[in-house]
Design a protein around this ligand. Structure first.
Ligand code: URA
Length: 245
Protein backbone atom coordinates (compact mmCIF):
# COMPACT_ATOMS: atom_id res chain seq x y z
CA UNK A 1 0.00 0.00 0.00
CA UNK A 2 1.67 3.20 -1.11
CA UNK A 3 -0.63 5.99 0.17
CA UNK A 4 -2.54 6.46 3.37
CA UNK A 5 -5.96 4.87 2.94
CA UNK A 6 -9.24 5.43 4.71
CA UNK A 7 -10.06 2.49 6.98
CA UNK A 8 -13.33 1.68 5.18
CA UNK A 9 -11.60 1.61 1.79
CA UNK A 10 -8.70 -0.41 3.19
CA UNK A 11 -11.19 -3.00 4.43
CA UNK A 12 -13.07 -3.10 1.13
CA UNK A 13 -9.78 -3.62 -0.70
CA UNK A 14 -8.96 -6.48 1.67
CA UNK A 15 -12.11 -8.21 0.41
CA UNK A 16 -14.23 -7.65 3.53
CA UNK A 17 -17.16 -6.30 1.47
CA UNK A 18 -18.31 -2.99 0.06
CA UNK A 19 -17.30 0.32 1.64
CA UNK A 20 -20.83 0.55 3.06
CA UNK A 21 -20.52 -2.87 4.68
CA UNK A 22 -17.10 -1.90 6.03
CA UNK A 23 -18.57 1.24 7.60
CA UNK A 24 -21.21 -0.72 9.51
CA UNK A 25 -18.63 -3.28 10.64
CA UNK A 26 -16.40 -0.45 11.91
CA UNK A 27 -19.30 1.27 13.66
CA UNK A 28 -20.17 -2.03 15.36
CA UNK A 29 -16.77 -1.87 17.08
CA UNK A 30 -15.38 -5.00 15.44
CA UNK A 31 -12.24 -3.38 14.08
CA UNK A 32 -9.04 -2.43 15.84
CA UNK A 33 -6.09 -0.49 14.48
CA UNK A 34 -2.76 -0.99 16.25
CA UNK A 35 -4.51 -2.37 19.31
CA UNK A 36 -7.29 0.22 19.65
CA UNK A 37 -10.93 -0.32 18.70
CA UNK A 38 -11.75 2.27 16.05
CA UNK A 39 -15.24 3.48 15.16
CA UNK A 40 -14.22 6.15 12.65
CA UNK A 41 -14.41 4.83 9.01
CA UNK A 42 -12.38 7.81 7.75
CA UNK A 43 -9.34 7.03 9.90
CA UNK A 44 -6.21 6.99 7.75
CA UNK A 45 -4.31 3.70 7.67
CA UNK A 46 -0.63 3.59 6.81
CA UNK A 47 1.62 0.78 5.54
CA UNK A 48 2.71 -0.34 8.97
CA UNK A 49 -0.74 -0.38 10.65
CA UNK A 50 -2.11 -3.64 12.04
CA UNK A 51 -5.82 -3.89 11.38
CA UNK A 52 -7.80 -6.65 13.06
CA UNK A 53 -11.39 -7.62 12.26
CA UNK A 54 -12.90 -9.67 15.09
CA UNK A 55 -9.33 -10.31 16.22
CA UNK A 56 -8.05 -11.55 12.85
CA UNK A 57 -5.48 -9.53 10.93
CA UNK A 58 -6.52 -8.16 7.53
CA UNK A 59 -3.97 -8.46 4.76
CA UNK A 60 -3.86 -5.72 2.16
CA UNK A 61 -2.34 -6.90 -1.10
CA UNK A 62 -0.80 -4.30 -3.34
CA UNK A 63 -2.43 -5.65 -6.50
CA UNK A 64 -5.44 -7.78 -7.36
CA UNK A 65 -5.61 -10.48 -10.06
CA UNK A 66 -8.78 -12.12 -11.36
CA UNK A 67 -9.51 -14.78 -13.93
CA UNK A 68 -12.78 -13.98 -15.73
CA UNK A 69 -14.47 -16.42 -18.06
CA UNK A 70 -15.60 -13.66 -20.40
CA UNK A 71 -19.01 -14.15 -21.95
CA UNK A 72 -19.95 -12.98 -25.44
CA UNK A 73 -21.55 -9.56 -25.74
CA UNK A 74 -19.33 -7.53 -23.42
CA UNK A 75 -16.35 -5.40 -24.36
CA UNK A 76 -12.80 -5.69 -22.99
CA UNK A 77 -12.72 -2.15 -21.67
CA UNK A 78 -13.07 -0.29 -18.40
CA UNK A 79 -15.87 1.96 -19.69
CA UNK A 80 -18.17 1.85 -22.67
CA UNK A 81 -21.22 3.94 -23.49
CA UNK A 82 -23.03 1.28 -25.48
CA UNK A 83 -22.14 -2.17 -24.16
CA UNK A 84 -21.49 -3.97 -20.91
CA UNK A 85 -17.82 -4.07 -20.00
CA UNK A 86 -15.94 -7.03 -18.59
CA UNK A 87 -15.52 -5.13 -15.29
CA UNK A 88 -19.26 -5.29 -14.74
CA UNK A 89 -18.86 -9.04 -14.21
CA UNK A 90 -16.60 -8.58 -11.17
CA UNK A 91 -19.49 -8.22 -8.77
CA UNK A 92 -18.49 -7.54 -5.17
CA UNK A 93 -14.87 -6.70 -6.04
CA UNK A 94 -13.76 -3.37 -4.60
CA UNK A 95 -10.14 -3.12 -5.72
CA UNK A 96 -9.26 0.16 -7.38
CA UNK A 97 -7.90 0.69 -10.88
CA UNK A 98 -8.78 -2.69 -12.38
CA UNK A 99 -8.49 -3.17 -16.14
CA UNK A 100 -8.48 -6.11 -18.56
CA UNK A 101 -5.08 -7.33 -19.77
CA UNK A 102 -5.35 -7.07 -23.54
CA UNK A 103 -8.57 -7.52 -25.44
CA UNK A 104 -10.89 -10.25 -26.50
CA UNK A 105 -13.41 -9.38 -29.20
CA UNK A 106 -16.99 -8.72 -28.13
CA UNK A 107 -18.05 -12.13 -29.50
CA UNK A 108 -15.05 -14.02 -28.03
CA UNK A 109 -15.35 -15.94 -24.78
CA UNK A 110 -12.83 -17.23 -22.31
CA UNK A 111 -9.89 -16.35 -20.14
CA UNK A 112 -9.45 -12.65 -19.54
CA UNK A 113 -7.07 -11.55 -16.83
CA UNK A 114 -8.24 -8.50 -14.88
CA UNK A 115 -5.80 -6.70 -12.65
CA UNK A 116 -4.47 -3.34 -11.51
CA UNK A 117 -0.84 -4.44 -11.94
CA UNK A 118 0.43 -2.47 -14.93
CA UNK A 119 3.82 -4.13 -14.87
CA UNK A 120 2.40 -7.64 -15.22
CA UNK A 121 0.03 -6.41 -17.93
CA UNK A 122 2.98 -5.04 -19.88
CA UNK A 123 4.93 -8.29 -19.45
CA UNK A 124 2.00 -10.34 -20.76
CA UNK A 125 1.06 -8.28 -23.78
CA UNK A 126 4.29 -6.66 -24.92
CA UNK A 127 5.19 -8.03 -28.37
CA UNK A 128 8.77 -8.82 -27.38
CA UNK A 129 7.75 -11.28 -24.64
CA UNK A 130 5.96 -13.87 -26.84
CA UNK A 131 3.62 -15.07 -24.13
CA UNK A 132 1.58 -18.04 -25.37
CA UNK A 133 -2.18 -17.70 -25.63
CA UNK A 134 -4.24 -20.70 -26.64
CA UNK A 135 -7.67 -20.51 -28.26
CA UNK A 136 -10.37 -23.07 -28.89
CA UNK A 137 -11.75 -22.38 -32.35
CA UNK A 138 -14.74 -23.67 -34.26
CA UNK A 139 -14.51 -22.92 -37.97
CA UNK A 140 -17.22 -23.35 -40.58
CA UNK A 141 -15.17 -25.99 -42.35
CA UNK A 142 -11.94 -27.97 -42.27
CA UNK A 143 -8.71 -25.98 -42.83
CA UNK A 144 -6.52 -27.05 -45.79
CA UNK A 145 -4.47 -30.23 -45.25
CA UNK A 146 -1.20 -28.29 -44.93
CA UNK A 147 -2.64 -25.77 -42.43
CA UNK A 148 -0.48 -26.99 -39.54
CA UNK A 149 2.62 -26.36 -41.64
CA UNK A 150 1.35 -22.95 -42.81
CA UNK A 151 0.61 -21.82 -39.25
CA UNK A 152 4.07 -22.95 -38.21
CA UNK A 153 5.68 -21.03 -41.08
CA UNK A 154 3.71 -17.81 -40.43
CA UNK A 155 0.40 -16.84 -42.01
CA UNK A 156 0.04 -13.73 -44.17
CA UNK A 157 -2.98 -11.81 -42.88
CA UNK A 158 -2.22 -8.69 -44.88
CA UNK A 159 -0.09 -6.94 -42.25
CA UNK A 160 3.42 -5.62 -42.91
CA UNK A 161 4.91 -8.83 -41.54
CA UNK A 162 3.84 -12.47 -41.47
CA UNK A 163 2.31 -13.75 -38.25
CA UNK A 164 4.77 -15.39 -35.88
CA UNK A 165 4.81 -19.19 -35.88
CA UNK A 166 1.66 -20.61 -34.32
CA UNK A 167 0.79 -24.10 -33.23
CA UNK A 168 -2.36 -25.68 -34.63
CA UNK A 169 -3.97 -28.81 -33.29
CA UNK A 170 -7.05 -30.30 -34.91
CA UNK A 171 -9.52 -31.48 -32.31
CA UNK A 172 -12.29 -32.92 -34.43
CA UNK A 173 -15.55 -32.37 -36.24
CA UNK A 174 -18.39 -30.62 -34.42
CA UNK A 175 -21.91 -30.03 -35.71
CA UNK A 176 -21.13 -26.50 -37.00
CA UNK A 177 -17.88 -27.50 -38.73
CA UNK A 178 -14.45 -28.34 -37.34
CA UNK A 179 -12.78 -27.60 -34.01
CA UNK A 180 -9.14 -26.68 -33.38
CA UNK A 181 -6.80 -25.42 -30.73
CA UNK A 182 -4.47 -22.64 -31.82
CA UNK A 183 -1.55 -21.27 -29.79
CA UNK A 184 -0.20 -17.81 -30.63
CA UNK A 185 2.61 -15.78 -29.16
CA UNK A 186 1.34 -12.37 -30.25
CA UNK A 187 -1.94 -10.51 -30.17
CA UNK A 188 -2.80 -8.73 -33.38
CA UNK A 189 -6.24 -7.26 -34.04
CA UNK A 190 -8.77 -10.09 -34.73
CA UNK A 191 -5.74 -12.31 -35.26
CA UNK A 192 -7.30 -15.77 -35.00
CA UNK A 193 -10.24 -14.84 -37.20
CA UNK A 194 -7.93 -13.30 -39.80
CA UNK A 195 -5.59 -16.31 -39.78
CA UNK A 196 -8.46 -18.69 -40.45
CA UNK A 197 -9.89 -16.32 -43.04
CA UNK A 198 -6.52 -16.26 -44.84
CA UNK A 199 -6.88 -20.03 -45.23
CA UNK A 200 -10.45 -19.82 -46.52
CA UNK A 201 -12.34 -20.52 -43.29
CA UNK A 202 -14.66 -18.52 -41.09
CA UNK A 203 -14.39 -18.61 -37.31
CA UNK A 204 -17.82 -19.33 -35.85
CA UNK A 205 -16.83 -19.57 -32.20
CA UNK A 206 -13.72 -18.47 -30.34
CA UNK A 207 -12.69 -19.00 -26.74
CA UNK A 208 -9.34 -18.31 -25.06
CA UNK A 209 -8.44 -21.28 -22.91
CA UNK A 210 -5.00 -20.37 -21.56
CA UNK A 211 -2.55 -17.53 -21.07
CA UNK A 212 1.16 -18.03 -20.42
CA UNK A 213 0.69 -21.63 -19.26
CA UNK A 214 -2.26 -20.87 -16.96
CA UNK A 215 -5.44 -22.66 -18.00
CA UNK A 216 -8.92 -21.20 -17.77
CA UNK A 217 -10.47 -22.93 -14.76
CA UNK A 218 -12.93 -25.47 -16.23
CA UNK A 219 -15.09 -24.96 -13.14
CA UNK A 220 -15.70 -21.29 -13.99
CA UNK A 221 -19.04 -20.81 -15.72
CA UNK A 222 -19.25 -18.28 -18.52
CA UNK A 223 -19.45 -14.87 -16.87
CA UNK A 224 -17.93 -16.13 -13.59
CA UNK A 225 -14.62 -15.05 -12.10
CA UNK A 226 -12.26 -15.90 -9.28
CA UNK A 227 -8.99 -14.59 -7.86
CA UNK A 228 -5.85 -16.12 -9.36
CA UNK A 229 -4.11 -18.58 -7.08
CA UNK A 230 -0.57 -17.84 -5.89
CA UNK A 231 0.70 -20.65 -8.15
CA UNK A 232 -1.07 -19.20 -11.20
CA UNK A 233 0.28 -15.75 -10.47
CA UNK A 234 3.76 -17.19 -10.11
CA UNK A 235 3.50 -18.88 -13.51
CA UNK A 236 2.34 -15.66 -15.14
CA UNK A 237 5.09 -13.63 -13.48
CA UNK A 238 7.96 -16.04 -13.92
CA UNK A 239 7.22 -18.50 -16.70
CA UNK A 240 6.85 -17.33 -20.24
CA UNK A 241 7.41 -19.57 -23.21
CA UNK A 242 7.69 -19.46 -26.98
CA UNK A 243 6.22 -21.59 -29.72
CA UNK A 244 9.17 -23.34 -31.34
CA UNK A 245 9.30 -22.66 -35.10
N1 URA B 1 -8.20 -13.41 -32.10
C1 URA B 1 -9.39 -12.94 -32.54
O1 URA B 1 -9.68 -12.97 -33.73
N2 URA B 1 -10.25 -12.46 -31.62
C2 URA B 1 -10.00 -12.45 -30.30
O2 URA B 1 -10.84 -12.02 -29.51
C3 URA B 1 -8.77 -12.94 -29.86
C4 URA B 1 -7.87 -13.42 -30.77
Amino acid sequence: MSDMLRLDRFMAECGVGSRKQAVSIIKAGRVSVDGNIVKEPGLKISDGSTVLLDGTALKHEKFSYYMLNKPMGCVSAVKDNLSDTVLEYLKGVHARGLFPVGRLDKDTEGFLLITNDGELCHALISPGRHVEKTYYVISDKRLPRNARFLFKKGIDIGDESLCLPAHLKAIGPVKEGMSYELTLTEGRFHQVKRMFYALGCKVLYLKRVSIGGVMLDPGLDTGAFRALTTEELDILKNGTSEVKP
